[in-house]
Each structure stands twice: as structure tokens, then as C-alpha cells.
Design a protein around this ligand. Structure first.
Ligand code: MRU
Length: 362
């Protein structure tokens, strides 16, 4: 992604060996690059959502394992580091996928060689994610092009942030939009604010603005109305975990958008890489839905008129709040899944057409 004409990834290894990342908890009010140098820092950055978004969480965790190997490359410490990182966030399967990639790459090599191999493997995860997301974008672009050829301007609705920040670059749901914009297609994006943490208003709007893509931030409840008015041509969202049968866990509120899209005959697509598919889960009720602190619901952070960042309480004193981070959109509400291997039906058959090597697993 470009910020002030400089290209950034969400997380990267510096020539010095340090690992830098864009601190997403400070955006859009301040663009800050921070550095990680320990396992504990990587784990905290994921927990506190300084890095967030399924593929970005996976990449950060991979670097976390590498830091642990720098300190102590023994077998017990490899296991302990992976266990610690697994505790950070429960829903996005990319975290667990990346940690298993690290375990596989490291457990068969001598401890003395592990730190270097771990950093290399973490960088491979990052570089592969960039290529994968670009391919997702190319497949998704075909859908946008089809609408553009029929009617000119294409209005896309997206939820949360499934952009470059959420991955290493490009994003999943936003990758087709970046490519459409580059191809000169007239697109406009409806950006759900995505309470409680406002990833849409804070991050997606910031990314699209930096890329010069026309967009409008809307309240989370506005999408249904816009669809009824014929103002949405296509919904594209990301995913944190997709089951073998094509059900999708994504940011809370995704399900309601899919229901509204179905009722209004608006195509609803979910974009994600192979690392988001949990081939072990058939029943989406098995997916652990993260519940975060109530204060994320009761309080909102923003800039005051004097330009000061403040957090204010928006609820009646003493009212309890519940904070479910994700919901499940059943496959039946999804028009199609956009992956790096192409677009497919949201079903086990559809996924296996793209990933036939998984036919016998499970
Ligand atoms: O809680 P977050 O901000 O990590 O949730 C992120 C999402 O739900 C994204 O839509 C999802 O990770 C897809 S990222 C390409």
C-alpha cells in the first residue's frame, strides 16, 4: 500500500533484522511504525490489535516464533512459543495455520539453525501472502468488470477492513477494488463503519483514501437501506475462518449484510486465501467466536474539535455491554467465494474444485 508516495507492507523485516509494522491501533489519526523484537511484544501486538486482520495476525505470529527461537531455540521453547501465540486470538484460523507452518519448518532442523530458518520462513509467509492476495484481486476484478461493462459506475459495499492492513499487502476483499481502480474502472465503495472498533471507518476508509478510491463511510445499519434503493451492485467482504462447507466467520455484522443482500438480490462475495480455510471444521458452530472487552462497546475513541485524541463513554452509566467479535454467514447466503485459485460456489464441492488435494483429508 502507498502512504505519502512510499510503499508499505503491514509488517516487514528491516535490513537490520528488526521487524517493523504499521500500528493499526493508531490509525487513522496517526501513522506510526513500531518495532517488534520479542515473542511477548508480538503476542501483545496481536492481542491489543496493533496488528489485526486474519493474514496479518498469522504473519505477526510467525515473526513471534522467530524471536522466541533467537532467545532459546530448544524444542520445549518452540512448543511454548507456539502455545503462547495460539492464546492471542481465537477466531482467525490464519494464526493457527501460520504457527503450524512454523512448527513444520523448524522442528526437523537443529536448534542452532532455527532462528535464521524461522525468520526466513516468516518472510516466506509474508511474501506468499502478497502474491496470494494479488491473485484474489485479479479473480475478483472480473466480477467488478462485468458490472462496469453493464452499467458504468460500480458500487461495492464492504464490511470491516479486509485490505492491505489486514494482510501484508493488497488485502482480500479490497484487492479487487485496488485493481479495478488501477484499471480505470469507475468504482465507489460503501464502507461500513464496523462497530465496535470501527475498522471500516478507521482503516478501510484510510486505505481507500490513500489510494484515491472514492468511498463513503456509512453506519453499520445503513447497508440494507442502500440495497433496497439499488445503490449497491456487489458486496465483497473478507473472512477469518471458512469451513469445509463454505460457511464464513467474519467480523460481527457480516451475517446481517448477507441477509440483506439475499433479500435484495445483491451478489454477496467473500474473498480469502487458502490459509483461511479450516478443512477440519464442517460444523460452523464449532468456530470459537471471540468476545472482547465490554469497554470497546461502551467507549469510542476519536479526535476532539481541538485535535486531541480522546476516548469517551457513549452508554448510560452502569449499562452492561456484550462484545461479540465475529459472526457466521452460512454458505447459503453467499453468492461465491473468491480465492487465489478462482471463484467458486460456497460449498464443499465448490471448494474441492479449487483445492482437489483436500478431497481425502477428513
Ligand atoms: O478483529 P479484526 O479486525 O482482526 O477482524 C478482521 C476481519 O474480520 C476481517 O474482515 C478478516 O480478518 C479478513 S482480513 C483479510
Amino acid at each position: 500500500m502507498k502512504v505519502d508516495n512510499k510503499h508499505y507492507h503491514s509488517i516487514w523485516r528491516e535490513a537490520s533484522g528488526d521487524v517493523s509494522f504499521i500500528d493499526q491501533a493508531q490509525l487513522p489519526h496517526s501513522f506510526e511504525i513500531k518495532t517488534l523484537s520479542t515473542l511477548a511484544q508480538a503476542a501483545t501486538a496481536i492481542e491489543q490489535m496493533n496488528v489485526r486482520g486474519a493474514p496479518c495476525i498469522g504473519a505477526t505470529a510467525a515473526f513471534g516464533v522467530a524471536f522466541a527461537m533467537q532467545e532459546d531455540p530448544s524444542d520445549p521453547n518452540l512448543g511454548a512459543a507456539i502455545d503462547r501465540l495460539k492464546q492471542t486470538r481465537p477466531t482467525a484460523v490464519n494464526l493457527f495455520w501460520a504457527l503450524e507452518q512454523m512448527r513444520t519448518a523448524l522442528e526437523s532442523i537443529a536448534p542452532a539453525a532455527r532462528a535464521e530458518a524461522a525468520f526466513k520462513q516468516a518472510e516466506v509467509i509474508c511474501m506468499d501472502d502478497i502474491k496470494t492476495c494479488k491473485r484474489i484481486g485479479e479473480h475478483g476484478l472480473s466480477l467488478i468488470r462485468e458490472v462496469a461493462e453493464k452499467k458504468g459506475r460500480v458500487n461495492v459495499l464492504t464490511h470491516c477492513n479486509a485490505g492491505a492492513l489486514a494482510c501484508v499487502d493488497w488485502g482480500t476483499a479490497l484487492a479487487p477494488l485496488y485493481l479495478a481502480h488501477e484499471a480505470g474502472i469507475d468504482i465507489h465503495v460503501w464502507v461500513d463503519e464496523t462497530r465496535p472498533r470501527n475498522q471500516g471507518a478507521f482503516l478501510t476508509a484510510w486505505e481507500l483514501g490513500a489510494a484515491g478510491i472514492p468511498h463513503t463511510v456509512i453506519t453499520d445499519n445503513a447497508g440494507g437501506h442502500l440495497m433496497q434503493q439499488g445503490l449497491v451492485d456487489l458486496c465483497i467482504v473478507g473472512a477469518d475462518r471458512t469451513t469445509r462447507g463454505g460457511d464464513v466467520a467474519n467480523k460481527i455484522g457480516t451475517y446481517l449484510k448477507a441477509l440483506a443482500a439475499m433479500d435484495n438480490h445483491v451478489p454477496f462475495y467473500v474473498a480469502f486465501p487458502f490459509s483461511t480455510i479450516d478443512w477440519d471444521i464442517r460444523d460452523s458452530t464449532q468456530i470459537i467466536i471471540e468476545e472482547r472487552e465490554a469497554s470497546e462497546v461502551t467507549h469510542v475513541r476519536g479526535l476532539t474539535a481541538r485535535g486531541q485524541l480522546e476516548t469517551v463513554c457513549i452508554t448510560a452509566p452502569g449499562s452492561p455491554a456484550a462484545n461479540y467479535g465475529f459472526d457466521i454467514t452460512p454458505a447459503r447466503l453467499i453468492t461465491g467465494l473468491i480465492t487465489e485459485r478462482g471463484i467458486t460456489h460456497a460449498s464443499e464441492t465448490g471448494l474441492l474444485k479449487l483445492y482437489p488435494e483436500r478431497a481425502h483429508a477428513n
